[in-house]
Design a protein around this ligand. Sequence first.
Ligand SMILES: O=C(CO)COP(=O)(O)O
Length: 250
Amino acid sequence: MVSRTFWVGGNWKMNGSVAAIKDLATTFNAGSSPSDVEVVIGAPFVYVHLLSESLRKDWAVAGENCYVESSGAYTGEISPEMLKDVGAQWVILGHSERRSILGESDDFTAQKCVKALAAGLKVALCVGELLEEREAGITQQVVERQLDAVIKVLKEEDWANVVIAYEPVWAIGTGKVATPDQAQETHAAIREYLKKAISPKVAEETRIAYGGSVNGKNCKDAAQKPDVDGFLVGGASLKPEFLDIVNATQ
Ligand SMILES: O=C(CO)COP(=O)(O)O
């Protein structure tokens, strides 16, 4: 069996300030971080450079979005190349807040994946269902539809640079965390789908992280599940508690 390196991402969303980031980086830099856990922090565009200069070098920095062109007349947009230029190695794409608040489609998200990977960024690709979709019993269809758009446009080898973040929308910022069994069930189904839709190798090697109300206390049990290969953390990644999540497997 392939062992998948545990992956812990922070997603600061639209939070932070110069002062707060300096403080948080000082806290994170002093904390323990197991050498077999990969850690990535996503910051608002304007703080990516500051974060990449301030943060410990064994952790990586992510943008929280990017555009599908390298440069040009796209007022207000940021290219993957620009993210790389200011120190990001990752980008978070397809977050439910972009899908639902900004109206970004599955296909647009997929195009961003192609462009980001071509520019040399790694991608944390978010997928997940709304509460009414879970209640209607269509979680798997929703996640497969979101994945299909990306599967269609990536090459098999691209998946080595993608982490899938399963984030049920009803669990994001609500305090209603999916149970470890709920996370495991969906992650296993996603892995099965990758096997069918791409290849057994991609299914075995791709990391599937869980996101939605993860905190320093509830992370330990979920981390034990065989198909939970990490976490994507919102609120708790703005607190020293994030270090407990980084150490969830210890
Ligand atoms: O959206 C999330 C991470 O991308 C999860 O947010 P919370 O951890 O605040 O629920």
